[in-house]
Design a protein around this ligand. Structure first.
Ligand code: ATP
Ligand code: MG
Length: 463
């Protein structure tokens, strides 16, 4: 009996073990700081992810050591003074980066942005108190175990994002935290605690004070979370603070047999349906923004949205510029929005033509976009479009595997060959090559030297 009790207790104790397995490199960082006479813990996202049974992306370390004391513990190693002003240095240990941050209090907050200056402290609890959410305010070190002063573990098990301290005060200090809360809810598929949600909503106007670059980073991560659709649905009015262009989508009935949802609900479903990459998720979020402005109803009571891809792209351009997206992402998103309604024909010659116009990478993305777009439509429209998309994808794979010609580079004849037929150097050479390419793409001519030279001779002779 007694032995049984003991066993139960041992098991209970084991169940309380946080299950944090620190990799050798991070453990060495903690050890060297401790040998130097300092406190050191892994903290934040890595603790949270470990407790969730997820593989942490990186191991951040918090320490009582001042930055110069930290540096002294790692003499001879490569140190990058990334955020020295905030007490952060990046240590490169055997090629692996570790962010080591001195315990700190955040000083006065100016304009709801990050603090202008920080104050170092020797107290871990003060350092944890400045962190935004309970699930990211836990520290751990082997031997001591978990330091969880704000119920982070409990919130993790309840799948809740909750501010450390008073939510409106914390959002008032740094409004980016509103978006971080939504980001964690999306990425982890968590809910916001009621008070935190309430404060996020009422403080949403403060988001205007946040640098667009910081917003963009969080928005990308929010969009790429598995629960992005739900979070955007639930916190539409917070998103609308950043993207007022979404407001007319909500409740906008489409009056067409292709759709059962309003434009906003359709949009959310397509966001969740597309691969979790920022450019693709952004494309879906913005792809139908121009619909309300393009809406017309015919005399049978059916709605039409002629020209909406161009209108959506125009609105999207403004948004992408405002949020300082890089040119590559902006170009990808805008092109995909413009193309999203292009009717894909699963016919090899048509696909080769499209390849010639937009290239294989864009066409592959377009297939993903259209598959997601279809997923948000009424049954019949979804099935029809999905079939087109799937057949196009299969044909595209075949075309690429076979190495079908769809560019001048792949054409079996060159400008030199055309010149050797006696065509004078000049624009006529290019024009002939383009005509040959067109007939190869269309499947009217084989892409062989003989066939194309013969065809070129005939074309030249005809003149
Ligand atoms: P992930 O690495 O997955 O993004 P994370 O929780 O580590 O998640 P980071 O942005 O890396 O998030 O920040 C590390 C830690 O720093 C957070 O866990 C949090 O404790 C704290 N932190 C980051 N940004 C803020 C902020 N704006 N306000 C308060 N604390 C913050
Ligand atoms: Mg992190």
């Amino acid at each position: 009996m007694g032995k049984g009790m003991e066993e139960i207790q041992v098991r209970a104790a084991a169940a309380e073990e946080p299950g944090i397995f620190i990799p050798a490199g991070a453990a060495e960082v903690l050890e060297r700081l401790q040998k130097g006479g300092h406190e050191a813990y892994v903290v934040g996202g890595c603790v949270r992810d470990s407790l969730l049974g997820r593989q942490p992306l990186d191991w951040d370390i918090t320490t009582s050591a001042r930055p110069e004391e930290t540096a002294a513990c790692f003499a001879g190693e490569r140190i990058v003074e990334t955020g020295l002003r905030h007490g952060t240095i990046t240590l490169l240990l055997r090629g692996q980066p570790y962010e080591i941050t001195t315990y700190r209090l955040d000083g006065a907050y100016a304009d709801c942005r990050r603090p202008r200056q920080v104050t170092f402290t020797r107290s871990l609890s003060e350092d944890l108190a400045r962190r935004d959410f309970t699930i990211g305010a836990m520290a751990y070190r082997p031997g001591e175990g978990l330091v969880d002063l704000y119920g982070g573990r409990e919130d993790l098990s309840r799948r809740i994002v909750r501010c450390v301290g008073k939510p409106d005060k914390r959002f008032g200090e740094d409004a980016l935290r509103i978006l971080r809360a939504l980001r964690f809810a999306s990425v982890l598929d968590f809910r916001l605690d009621a008070d935190t949600a309430q404060a996020a909503y009422s403080c949403r106007g403060l988001l205007h004070k946040i640098a667009p670059e910081r917003i963009r980073v969080e928005l990308d991560r929010l969009l790429c979370g598995p629960a992005a659709g739900r979070v955007l649905r639930e916190y539409r009015m917070i998103l609308a603070e950043l993207l007022p262009e979404i407001l007319p989508l909500h409740g906008f009935c489409q009056h067409t047999p292709y759709h059962v949802y309003d434009v906003w609900e359709h949009t959310l479903r397509t966001v969740e349906a597309v691969e979790a990459r920022p450019a693709l998720r952004l494309t879906m979020l913005l792809h139908d923004m121009g619909k309300p402005a393009c809406f017309v109803m015919d005399d049978k009571g059916q709605g039409h949205f002629h020209g909406h891809p161009a209108k959506s792209a125009e609105l999207a351009r403004g948004i992408l510029e405002r949020l300082r997206y890089d040119n590559r992402t902006a170009r990808t998103v805008l092109e995909l929005i413009r193309l999203h309604d292009h009717r894909l024909e699963p016919v090899p010659s048509v696909i080769r033509r499209l390849l010639a116009d937009i290239g294989p990478e864009r066409l592959t993305q377009l297939i993903r976009v259209q598959r997601a777009d279809a997923a948000g439509k009424a049954d019949a429209a979804r099935e029809e479009q999905t079939r087109r998309v799937n057949e196009t994808e299969i044909l595209l794979e075949e075309i690429l595997r076979r190495g079908d010609c769809y560019t001048l580079r792949d054409l079996a004849v060159s400008g030199q060959d055309i010149l050797s037929l006696g065509v004078p150097a000049g624009p006529e050479v290019g024009r002939l090559l383009q005509m040959l390419l067109r007939s190869v793409i269309a499947g009217e001519a084989a892409n062989t030297r003989e066939a194309l030279l013969e065809k070129a001779r005939r074309m030249v002779g005809q003149k």
